[in-house]
Design a protein around this ligand. Sequence first.
Ligand code: NHR
Ligand code: GAR
Length: 218
Amino acid sequence: MTEQHVQKSIVVLVSGNGSNLQAIIDEIAEKRINAKIVAVIANQETAYGLTRAENAGIPAIYIDHKNFASREEYDKQLADSIDEFNPNLIVLAGFMRILTPAFVERYQGRMLNIHPSLLPKYKGLHTHQRAIDANDKEHGASVHFVTPELDGGPVVLQSKVPVFEQQDVQELAQRVQQQERQMYPLVIKWFCEDRLKMINNRAVLDNQILADEGYAIE
Ligand code: NHR
Ligand code: GAR
């Protein structure tokens, strides 16, 4: 593409390992995404994602939810911290706290999440075990815009993996996460090139409304 885009700034929210964060850091470093991660914020002090941020020279911020009496108050502090960086995009990368409607509405259309299931299947937690227990032949991950409905926002991209006989849950999770590290940077790249938008609660890529399940890559 010859079109020029103003460089986007991104805040990433994490709770744990941050392997998705690392994939995004690496793609930006390779100049495959024209963006800057301006801060990484965690709700867990021990989140390894904070260390990954520090190692990459990115401001790493920890906001302890135990210091706040309610979800509303925590989310207000989270929003204030985010707004100091004035980002174009908020990326949830293994962020494990449900966000209040007020928070989500403030960033509507500029917040993405990666969820480890083929949505609308298995919203919420323990998705890999639930796919095995249901005897599903395939499983995967979905990138979606975040809306107030938990894991219910419009899907942009899905990636599928097979579920084998007597599937081990850790092994399945590993294969899903390997796909995640490919697909999430791709969606972020689309957003940063102004190709991806949320319009009327639908994901729109290159001016085309995406199907409910988004695009699919194998
Ligand atoms: N918030 C809103 N409003 N909408 C979404 O789509 C959201 C969201 C917040 C997080 C990520 C989501 C996932 O990909 C996400 C999407 C946490 C929980 C959860 O139950 C569920 C879904 C997601 C993230 N969290 C517990 C809670 O009480 C805590 C669980 C824990 O700490 O282990 O917040 O799966
Ligand atoms: C990823 O598999 C992501 O889909 C999932 O947690 C993992 C985080 O890995 N997210 C959720 O379950 C959100 N509730 P990471 O910290 O290595 O990126």
